[in-house]
Design a protein around this ligand. Sequence first.
Ligand code: ZN
Length: 416
Amino acid sequence: MCFIYNVLYNLQKKYIFVKKFFDRNMQRKSSNNYESYNNFFEAKLPCRKFLYADIVPVLQRHKTKYQVNLEGFSVLGREIKSYTIGSGKTVVMLWSQMHGNEPVSTLALLDVMNYLETVNALPLLKSLTVCALPLLNPDGNEMFCRRNAMGIDLNRDAIRLTAPESQILKGLYDRIKPQVAFNMHDQEQYYTTLPERKQTMISFLAPKYNVEGDINDNRRTAMQLISVAQDFIKPIAEGCIAKYSDSFMPNAFGDNMQLWGASTILVECGSAPNDPERLQPRRAAALAIIRMLKSIASKDYANIDIILYHAIPNNIRDNTFDLKINNIEIHLPSRGAFRADIGIRRYKGVDFEDFADFSTEYHVEGFGDLSQYGGIKVFDGSQCSITLNKGVKIGDIPDYTILLNNGTQVPINQLY
Ligand SMILES: [Zn+2]
């Protein structure tokens, strides 16, 4: 009886704590940054694809408020600089776009850098020294590819330090020894959360520092900060926040920084429907990071139970289609009629590391019972049919025509 009583007592205590946390946050939302985001949104770079020549003048503008340091050069000779602001004793480091085709991370970081120049950030900067390194892989950005100009994946180069960009990142880390580090990336548009199967707008991770997945003080701090951030951005990303896959990668920077002693937080900017420039993920990432900076300064994360972190839904890869046609009647010449779902995605091309967001070629990538998948666009096919004279294969270009029950014929590409 005593044991049961203790379990119930602890559960009740946990419930009261979690409820208090959410109530406190509801009050905070009245003084949030959602409305003022436009004031620090970097309007000079509203589009996802930008070139080095576009960002240089934007970064140049920060030299009046930030201390700028030339950290080194990319393989192709582009300058890589760090930008430091604040006088506090807690050192925070943020870097973005070690993968060249992940520019939203840099745009979100520029928004954060703008915020840190506003008067609202002054109290924060008494507690923190913030060092930002935007666009670690400028050559990859120029070619819109993941790797650097030597073909090295910088996020698998934390130990060998083969690439100059990796050496710059490690050199900066060793010099400033941050207590907290933010590793900013973009993720593909086909990730979803569970159970909603909505496109993941943003995902977070407190990376493991060993295979066992032990939780030491600095990893716990990262989990607590993420808990604070995900709760804060819920009103603008409800059901679209996920926890990134936490398999241990012994050569990745995030995992190693966690091992070297910084509380390390992975932030992955995802996608949202009808948002090709990924402005919603950009805003969510910027606001989440600002909230975490405030939390680091105020230490309001310190009593957060990491049960909140573990409760964040997982980030499920390849779990949605650009177009999902549900339950349509299929006519195959030799098989008669049956019902199936069809999943169609943009074609990535031959480089599987590419993102397919800008592709205009579509392929069939799912057929049959696709009820466990989501659809960025969903078409109810229950009153329609398709005749597939040549059958259907995964990888086909779906040049099909849908027959509606009123006799109208609709080419599938009109539904994209
Ligand atoms: Zn990445």
